[in-house]
Design a protein around this ligand. Structure first.
Ligand code: A3P
Length: 293
């Protein structure tokens, strides 16, 4: 089957986007959230799939185990803004979900989130990752994913990341603006990839406490084991191997799953330049990222 040509990046209300995330804009903006919906938001490549899987297992792992082996995670947790025919639109998949709560994924910057999520006071989990590992992961993902614009070499990609020429725009604005939102929206839980990597059991406990879930120690351990990188990498329902636009032989979706892989990509001068630029762009001293653990 011939693959469609890669899309181009354009400015969309001040954010770089491609048609795959804007073509269904009216339906996205008019999406009717339900009060018990849980929105899992992130900048691309922050560990979204990890958290989606964790929450899906915590909510539904026991109730319907056959879901885990027969329904791909991207159908259990629809990607709200995706519109890449012939694959189903994210809004349609979300509308068709019969689970309660519905788990819905988005990469939208906070200002683009459909207003019904705020009106319904939905709970939101935001996942963030240190920018150095984030950009490395994004680079490899952009190479393997035909939904993404053409990718040049690593140093061009890194420069583009710093200049917000990325699908879903500036990482810096994304994490800062969601952080700012957290100060006034109490139902937003802001979590970090590095914390998950350091101690996933602790982060699962936090999610349980926030969502009022009380799995047994044994159930929690089952979730912790299932979401380990090596297990998710083997899991056809979680590793995106069912999405043919992703060329896993170019770079697997479940690539390395580590903190500090950036050290294998950044040169000394790229790192110095990046650190200088980072200081200029970050707004909140309390928002701290760990580039190693
Ligand atoms: P790497 O490319 O650094 O390996 P997203 O789901 O937001 O697209 O993020 C994908 C990144 O999260 C990839 O990072 C992927 O390997 C990593 N990831 C996914 N599941 C993981 C897990 N269980 N443990 C550690 N990292 C995971």
């Amino acid at each position: 089957m011939e693959l469609p040509t890669r899309p181009t990046l354009f400015d969309f209300h001040g954010v770089s986007m491609t048609k795959y995330f804007t073509d269904n804009w009216e339906n996205i903006q008019n999406f009717e959230a339900r009060p018990d919906d849980i929105l899992i938001a992130s900048y691309p490549k922050s560990g979204t799939t990890w958290v989606c899987y964790m929450l899906d297992l915590l909510y539904f792992g026991n109730m319907c185990p056959e879901r885990q082996t027969s329904v791909p995670l991207h159908e259990r947790v629809p990607f709200l803004e995706i519109c890449a025919p012939p694959r189903p639109k994210g809004t349609d998949l979300a509308d068709q979900l019969s689970t309660s709560p519905r788990l819905i994924k988005t990469h939208l910057p906070v200002q683009f989130v459909p207003k019904s999520f705020w009106e319904q006071r939905c709970r939101i989990v935001y996942v963030a990752r240190n920018p150095k590992d984030n950009v490395v992961s994004y680079y490899h993902f952009a190479r393997m994913n035909g939904d993404h614009p053409e990718v040049g070499d690593w140093s061009t990609f890194l420069q583009d990341f710093m200049e917000a020429k990325m699908v879903f725009g500036s990482w810096y604005e994304h994490v800062n603006n969601w952080w700012e939102k957290k100060q006034t929206y109490s139902k937003l839980h802001y979590m970090f990839y590095e914390d998950l990597s350091e101690n996933s059991g602790r982060e699962i406990d936090r999610l349980c406490s926030i969502f009022g879930l009380s799995p047994s120690a044994e159930e929690k351990e089952k979730v912790r084991a299932a979401v380990m990188f090596d297990n998710m990498k083997q899991d056809k329902m979680a590793n995106f191997s069912t999405i043919h636009i992703m060329k896993q032989d170019v770079s697997p979706f479940m690539r390395k799953g580590k903190v500090a892989d950036w050290k294998n990509h950044f040169t000394v001068s790229q790192n110095e330049h990046f650190d200088e630029d980072y200081k200029q762009k970050m707004k909140y001293p309390e928002l701290r990222f760990r580039t190693e653990i």
